[in-house]
Design a protein. Structure first.
Length: 303
């Protein structure tokens, strides 16, 4: 039992208020050895804990090495090894702590006749922030059960692939018309910029029953998302969720007197109001105004 005492003694450390305590107990082996260990993981992020336990030896020790979002604990064994996996998952909320930090890297410009055009180039130039966004999306969808990820032309092509790679899922492009062979098209749709021709997807990329996650940078009126959802349904798939970095809540269900288009009504009209939409950041915390150079011109393609 000397090994048990050693492990217990090693855990008698000062525990900070924000420390997560993971208890591993009663690891019963063939020799009836019971190892009781309390591991303190001082990390604000969810973790996966790998534990390797063994019979006692004269030099038994615990090696704890945190690596990113993962902690490894090894108790070496010369005869046998049992692996336990424990995980905790953080629920990221819209406009939560992480979202507010990311929002600082999303300036807005007057562009395409819109006073506040949010520029994702602000976080793309910061690898640590871009990686944080990818990690948040991966964490949200790694256990939800998806078959593929569809990104929307064009900024969805920037966000979707790293998320798909991390989840080891196929990435599907939904492009403007006339860009891909063997494709089908959805109906034309309205956006905050004006009318658009329908999106397209290749016929063989989505199979009946496939669970598809749709990715884009921003959702406003929902016109582009509605076109993408239609394509998935046309091929017999199911949209698990539409996920965006930014969601403009002002378009969810605005009062009639505002004259703003309603995403809720649009989705109901197309019988897709059962499809959930999630955005990490809303306009409530997007308060960084871009510093415009002298002579700045709004040279957006459409007004």
């Amino acid at each position: 039992m000397m090994a048990v005492d050693a492990v217990r003694h090693s855990t008698k450390t000062r525990i900070h208020q924000n420390t997560t305590i993971l208890n591993l107990s009663r690891l019963l082996r063939a020799s009836a050895l019971c190892v009781i260990a309390t591991i303190c993981v001082d990390s604000p992020r969810p973790s996966i804990l790998f534990v390797h336990a063994s019979y006692p030896t004269s030099n038994s020790c615990v090696n704890f090495t945190p690596t990113g979002n993962r902690q490894d604990i090894d108790l070496d064994s010369s005869s046998n090894k049992t692996t336990f996996t424990m995980s905790t998952k953080k629920a990221y909320e819209q406009d939560g702590e992480e979202a507010r930090q990311i929002a600082k890297c999303l300036p807005y410009f007057p562009f395409k006749g819109i006073p506040r055009f949010y520029d994702i180039g602000g976080f793309l130039e910061k690898p640590d922030v871009f990686q944080q966004i990818v990690d948040i999306f991966v964490e949200r969808y790694q256990e939800i059960g998806i078959d593929s990820i569809a990104g929307l032309d064009a900024r969805g092509f920037t966000l979707g692939p790293p998320i798909a790679l991390a989840l080891r899922k196929p990435f599907i492009m939904m492009r403007k018309q006339g860009k891909m062979p063997n494709s089908i098209s959805s109906d034309e749709y309205d956006t905050e910029y004006g009318k658009r021709r329908g999106l397209t997807v290749q016929r063989d990329k989505i199979k009946k029953g496939d669970r598809v996650l749709i990715i884009d940078d921003l959702v406003a009126t929902g016109g582009t998302l509605s076109s993408a959802i239609q394509l998935v349904h046309m091929l017999g798939g199911t949209v698990v969720e539409c996920a965006c970095v930014v969601e403009l809540k002002m378009f969810i269900d605005p009062p009639e007197e505002t004259g703003l288009p309603s995403r809720t009504k649009l989705f109901k009209t197309h019988n897709i109001d059962h499809v959930p939409v999630w955005g990490l950041i809303s306009e409530d915390v997007l308060t960084v105004e871009a510093t415009l150079p002298d002579g700045y011109v709004d040279d957006g393609e459409e007004h």
